[in-house]
Ligand binder design. Structure first.
Ligand SMILES: *[C@@H]1O[C@H](CO)[C@@H](O)[C@H](O)[C@H]1NC(C)=O
Ligand SMILES: *[C@@H]1O[C@H](CO)[C@@H](O)[C@H](O)[C@H]1NC(C)=O
Ligand SMILES: *[C@@H]1O[C@H](CO)[C@@H](O)[C@H](O)[C@H]1NC(C)=O
Length: 363
């Protein structure tokens, strides 16, 4: 795993942190570039990534965390780029409707935060659904900058404390309601929401639902559920595994665990040829991982887009069981669904594949 990581984030291996700190100081002294703690965005084809010369965090060589490095935004049709919500904000004055269900979404490593592709995609999924809800976004992009994965993973706990405080404070202020609150996180963001759930639970407040979208695997140990997202962090935890055992945790760790295209190494549309032909070189590493929010966004407007079965081997010739629809993966999942579920998807949008087509599919 360490090797895999080094290949991906070559710079993490080349610039050891201590050397980087001295490089950063030298650069700063000579005035070659500005503040080495400042972020810069790098466009990589389809995506952009947020990077910095020196990581932000609590390590010896890190730039210090600033009070407002974790921000909360309310996103609606009139403020697609979000309105800042602080602990003091009056929810109603910003347009948050306390009667509606609420989604709080937390992004992952390298992302641009509120303006990143993942949050824009989830936002469009919500808008397309015409479901009335409050959509709140946690922007911790200043603490998840690349290539500093180790430091970003260490910041997860700090961010989860901020998220827990935000939820606690705004529930007390009745900005939104608890019974329909749904906290969703992707990758390192899934670890943030899990730890936030644990903090709230230890204060006597149980979140009704957490969704972990391909929760980050590197540096999170399956045998230490206290340090990662886990069943019990909310009344109901659903997990979507799109890159199991690589960027995402492979083991079932929720109440309901969904394995799209379980029998493949990559998600459809994410293998080498697809990515090269689509001129999406940057997607090679993370395409399958990011399908987690791609699928989930689609499920908001299409409750039955992702029929799934408990029969793991449904695509094998000698199948011990058949595909029957046991649950629909995604936003509309009901809390009485537990266990492991398997399904196939299309390589492009719409990703959801009808049950009759899945039944006919062979490996
Ligand atoms: C990130 O930090 C920089 C520098 O402190 C600041 O200008 C910027 O607004 C911050 N962005 C976010 C999203 O917190
Ligand atoms: C939202 O931000 C994008 C760029 O990130 C910009 O193109 C767009 O005009 C903004 N929309 C509004 C309504 O401000
Ligand atoms: C789960 O609950 C829903 C209603 O909330 C119901 O329609 C469905 O049949 C239930 N499924 C199972 C497996 O009990």
């Amino acid at each position: 795993m360490r090797f895999f990581f080094c290949v991906l984030l070559v710079s993490s291996c080349v610039f050891w942190p201590l050397e980087t700190a001295s490089i950063g100081q030298r650069v700063k002294r000579q005035g070659v570039i500005g503040d080495p703690c400042e972020a810069f965005n790098v466009k990589l084809g389809f995506h952009s990534a947020k990077l910095s010369t020196i990581p932000k965090g609590v390590c010896g060589y890190c730039c210090p965390i600033k009070e407002n490095d974790v921000r909360f935004y309310f996103v609606d049709r009139t403020h697609v780029n979000g309105t800042l919500v602080t602990l003091q904000s009056k929810g109603r004055a910003l347009g948050i409707d306390p009667r509606l269900p609420t989604i709080i979404y937390v992004h992952g490593f390298l992302e641009l935060g509120i303006s990143g592709i993942a949050i824009r995609t989830v936002r469009e999924g919500i808008f397309n659904s015409n479901i009335d809800m409050n959509f709140l976004v946690v922007d911790w992009s200043n603490l998840s900058m690349g290539p500093w994965y180790v430091e970003a993973a260490q910041n997860v706990r700090y961010v989860s404390e901020k998220v827990a405080t935000f939820i606690w404070t705004h529930l007390k202020r009745k900005s939104f309601r608890l019974d329909t609150l749904h906290v969703i996180g992707f990758s390192l963001g899934a670890q943030v929401v899990g730890l936030a759930g644990k903090i709230l639970k230890s204060n006597g407040l149980m979140l009704p639902r957490i969704t972990a979208l391909d929760p980050a695997f590197p540096l999170f140990h399956i045998k230490q559920p206290e340090n990662r997202v886990a069943r019990g962090d909310a009344e109901f935890v659903d997990v979507v595994h799109t890159n199991p055992g690589r960027f995402g945790i492979g083991e079932p760790i929720g109440d309901a665990d969904f394995y799209p295209n379980d029998d493949r190494f990559y998600q459809p549309g994410c293998n080498f040829d697809d990515v090269i032909n689509g001129n999406r070189l940057d997607d090679l590493a993370s395409c399958s991982h990011e399908r987690a929010w791609g699928y989930y966004s689609e499920s908001i407007a299409n409750p039955q887009a992702f029929p799934a079965t408990t029969c793991r081997g449904f695509r094998a010739d000698a199948k011990p069981c058949h595909f029957q629809v046991d649950a629909y993966m995604g936003y509309h999942l009901t809390k009485n669904v537990t266990g492991q579920y398997f399904l196939s998807t299309n390589p492009q949008k719409p990703y959801g594949m009808p049950a009759d087509l899945q039944m006919k599919m062979k490996s």
